[in-house]
Design a protein around this ligand. Sequence first.
Ligand code: IVH
Length: 675
Amino acid sequence: MKDDARRRVAELRTLIAHHDRRYHVLDDPEISDADYDLLVRELRALEAGHPELVTPDSPTQRVGASPATHFAAVAHRVPMLSLGNGFTDDDVYEFDRRVRKLLGSDAPVEYAAEPKLDGLAIAVVYRDGRFTQAATRGDGSRGENVTATVAQIRGLPKRLAGAAPALLEVRGEIFMPLEGFRQLNEELTARGEKAFVNPRNAAAGSVRQLDPEVTRARPLELFVYGLGEAEPAATPDRQSELLGWLHSLGFATSPLATTVRGPEACLDYYRRLAAARASLPYQIDGVVYKVNDRQAQERIGFISREPRWALAHKFPAEEAFTLLRDVEFQVGRTGVLTPVARLEPVFVGGATVSNATLHNMDEVARKDVRIGDTVVVRRAGDVIPEIVSVVPERRPVDARRIELPAACPSCGSPVAREEGEAVARCTGGFRCKAQRREALKHFAGRRALDIDGLGDRLIDQLVERDMVRSPADFYTLEATDLESLDRMGEKSAQNLVAAIAGSRATTLPRVLLGLGIRDVGEATALALSRHFGDIEALMEADEAQVQQVPDVGRVVAGHVVRFFADSANRELIGALRARGVQWPAVPVVRDAGAPLAGLTFVLTGTLATLTREKASAALVALGAKVAGSVSKKTSFVVAGDGAGSKLDKARALGVPVIDEAALATVIAEGTPPPA
Ligand code: IVH
């Protein structure tokens, strides 16, 4: 028994040392943080049961990693602490309760609430306002001297603005924004070098390396959130003011930081940032609550390197390691074959994931994914889970390459890859059941004909039994036909027939979208409708005429013209009309000179006097675009009541924000808002 424990303890220490090196020295972990924690926890448990096995050099006896050898060591005169973690609402209530107890007061506590940036902790020292040194956290007491590489970060002030203390050590997080990370990995793989597993490792790897010129070319940013030492020590009394002061000295701070009072407000903040997370341009892995009063912080103090006045409230991890068991090819509406990974189920991003997209064969080749590989899976927000990368060290000898099938897995037609296209397609067209099924789902979908109750499972059955071949066939279905389907009673069959009948009165943009013309989405369908007014005019148009439509280029115009040149498609439109589908003509508006042409709006929150749909329609009618998410290209964000993450993002990006009253003026007067 004892020998077993001794053997396992030795084994765990070797494993942990190996993974420490992968993570801290090579910035290239092989296992997830959660799996690593399991190893450490197992070791702790064994040591607890066998105290004689504890040695001073056991990984359980230290906090962080010891500094990598190729950098000079820097002693932190004020230790760089880490943060206690919380995961549940209860953890937050418990934290707040403890804080109030330690303060000996039951009054609601004010907290500074900040995003928890997912990068590399750094301490930067200024003497007489000049940048003199940068150090990593290391084990909290001793870090690595990375002055030369950190000096390359453009956002780091080399000289402080205003009256800075003679000695000032500022702490913050160096991170790599997602877009920069994506580009960097593209460049690395193009050069045949190894891509980084995630932005955090990319940031760490870019700072903790010896050639400053390499760092210079890396898209790194720094947000600061705290202090080490300051001499003279006069600094702001509150964490929130400290951030403002650091900002005035020239540092970037998170635009999402704020103050809240009490645990409920902490949780509101957590939820707001969790919702905003997927649309932020960089990764955050949680939020941090800090007692705002810095004197109170001092009274509360810390235990074992974690301040008791702060809590990191973590989001569920968005990435995990798992096994790729197999790859299947899914055939989409336009015949595109998408490789889909079948995975050993894994809990990630708050859900169990067993399938992930591999996008296309170029991606498969770029990431060199093989069946049998251990892969990193990512699931962020509502985004489809994807395979980020593989762990080559864990590749079994019998791993199999992924091959594009020569024939469509659904209909057996040849698969072709067009010149210059990343995707391969089934050439079966409507003969292919898979394409038919997807086209029918698209036609019945919410944004197209919006046939309530006609879900994917039903359409699968209708196609399988060959009861529906083209969208026009929906309109000949009778309740008695439908009753034979799984889980269909008399009543639900009647309801469905009524819903199909109800979809006959529709609009031109919905029909144009529903037809599934390649690259014609909602916005293009709307633009085509407004430009041509009815379907006949569009059917007769040539490519040059279609290209007159705003935002329609040569490629899309080609798709539109070829679609209507196909007699089967012209017949479909005839059949839809013959079966009673109808739509009113649309007043023709040609965009040149439209008052809001070239402007993009994003609507968020609840508007008091208009629905969002009506507001969008009005803006579009004035030539504006209305987008669903905020980016640098957004011209204005309209913020209604309860606006949340999109508003935060607009502020973060400096996009102008207008209120409902200003929107009403824009719509009433047909003029852009004052910039
Ligand atoms: S405060 C004494 N604030 O999280 C408090 N840390 O898990 C020290 N981090 O080492 C940290 N965002 O690298 C603080 N807004 C934030 C943060 C933050 C990210 C990192 C930091 C720290 C780690 C602890």
